[in-house]
Design a protein around this ligand. Structure first.
Ligand code: ATP
Length: 446
């Protein structure tokens, strides 16, 4: 993980937030390449979940919803983690994660393991961030930043059902920021207090819920394989009855083997009719499906795949990271899927002082950037420029050299195999589009 954090810092993917003020724990800001990777992850998710289907529509609900929403959802009462304080070192720990925590005085020990540790009894701590709506902090103005995007979908169920003219099975998808006041955040972006969630609530006839639950576990698992995560680092772990929420009829985590061990990347849950029923009760608005004749009437069950861009971001960078020796020199390379890589191609004049090469390289760059994110770079020795691109995972580089001036051909360099071949400058755009469309498998094997 340290190597990933340092690469992200060095190459401007991710910075500690508010760094000039000493940083704010477990909060991060994204630089140019980080924003591009996040945007690619979001796009690929939207393609699979919405654009390439005709049974899922989008919504973008508010971050601060009516406070009653969180009463109905059970978050006010139950969205808590057990917390213990250590009176000696003044640190706080999750009572259910003591095994994985370090004592503040003796990091080789667990909290509670040394004679000096003085832990309080566990008490429940609500993870929702509170705020006040309106200028006066008076009673009744208390509100919450959403800890998940899902509730914004449930409260719009009726609007969508009527206006999008859908009938189950159909889904509503949302991407947006969620906030949780995590007790023990950390492990880089894996557990942060502010993250971008991608959730989809799929409403189905009750009798079909098990089948759709299995469908979505498989579909989401395959999405990770498609975008290059190694199969050996992915697994599905089904929760036992003691681990599930009381209303859940089944929950599975798609886990990735992060440097911190196997951990939840995405959750897929069969939530039954809990959410719609609760919001019907609390709001007085009937949230149900009524068939065209009015005779068929039921509360749909809900299957929910939920994930954050942050956890995908870490998994993809960890999976892609590689170090190797090439011709006696160390190179660091991110073997990212081309559809995830922040920059698709670099255009490089071999000699920056050669105006003929610069002119041709700039013209090629102008042509390519109308369709893709590409970079033009003339700074420094060519080997260093290649290594810079390898580090940010750019899959292809086109180099304009002496021969280009004679015959209008350039070299194409492949990030992973390092193979180089020549092609006519006029064919570059079509070749790049072609390469980016191809199915891709990581050269790191399964
Ligand atoms: P965990 O047990 O790891 O705290 P959770 O079970 O509370 O996670 P869910 O409520 O199921 O998580 O949230 C759905 C998804 O949102 C998770 O699978 C994860 O991808 C993402 N997520 C949840 N909390 C965080 C966080 N603090 N930082 C980054 N991503 C998060």
């Amino acid at each position: 993980m340290d190597k990933i954090v340092s690469l992200c810092r060095r190459r401007g993917f991710v910075f500690p937030s508010s760094e000039i003020y000493g940083g704010l724990g477990s909060t991060f800001d994204y630089g140019h390449y980080g924003v591009l990777v996040k945007s690619n992850i979001r796009q690929r998710w939207l393609e699979a979940m919405v654009y390439e289907r005709d049974d899922i529509v989008l919504i973008d609900s508010a971050i601060i919803l009516h406070p009653r929403v969180w009463e109905a959802s059970g978050h006010v009462e139950g969205f808590t983690d057990p917390l213990v304080d250590c009176r000696t070192c003044k640190l706080r720990f999750r009572a259910d994660k003591l095994e994985d925590s370090q004592c503040g005085r003796k990091p080789s020990k667990r909290p509670g393991e040394t004679p000096d540790c003085d832990l309080t009894e566990a008490r429940q701590f609500n993870l929702m961030f509170e705020t006040t709506v309106g200028p006066v902090a008076e009673a009744g103005a208390r509100a919450f930043l959403r800890p998940e995007t899902a509730q914004g979908i449930f409260v719009n169920f009726k609007n969508v059902l009527q206006l999008a003219r859908r009938r189950p099975p159909f889904g509503i998808a949302q991407v947006g920021k969620s906030f949780r006041n995590e007790i023990t955040p950390g492990n880089f972006l894996f557990r942060v207090r502010e993250f971008e969630q991608m959730e989809m609530e799929f409403f189905v006839p009750p009798a079909d819920s098990e089948q759709w639950y299995r469908y979505w576990i498989d579909a989401r698992f395959d999405w990770y394989l498609k975008y290059g995560l190694r199969r050996s680092r992915l697994r599905v772990r089904e929760h036992g009855p003691e681990e599930r929420s009381h209303y859940s009829q089944g929950t599975s985590d798609i886990e990735y083997e992060y440097p911190i061990g196997w951990s939840e990347l995405e959750g897929v849950a069969n939530r039954g009719d809990y959410d719609l029923t609760r919001h019907s009760e609390f709001s007085g608005t009937e949230l149900e499906y009524v068939g065209p004749e009015g005779t068929e009437r039921y509360v749909p069950h809900v299957i929910e795949p939920a994930v954050s861009i942050e956890r995908i971001f870490v998994a993809m960078l960890v999976d892609a990271y590689d170090e190797e020796e090439v011709a006696g020199r160390e190179r660091t390379v991110l073997r990212l899927h081309p559809a995830i890589a922040p920059v698709k191609a670099a255009v490089l004049p071999l000699v920056a002082k050669d105006s003929g090469m610069v002119e041709k390289a700039r013209a090629l760059y102008e042509e390519l950037r109308s369709s893709h994110v590409v970079e033009y770079d003339e700074g420094g020795a060519i080997g260093r420029r290649y290594r810079r691109q390898d580090e940010i995972g750019t899959p292809f580089a086109f180099t304009v050299d002496e021969q280009t001036l004679d015959d209008d051909t350039v070299t194409i360099r492949d990030r992973d195999s390092l193979a180089q071949e020549r092609l006519a400058i006029g064919q570059v755009a079509a070749r790049l589009a072609d390469e980016l469309r191809k199915p891709w498998a990581t050269p790191k094997g399964d």
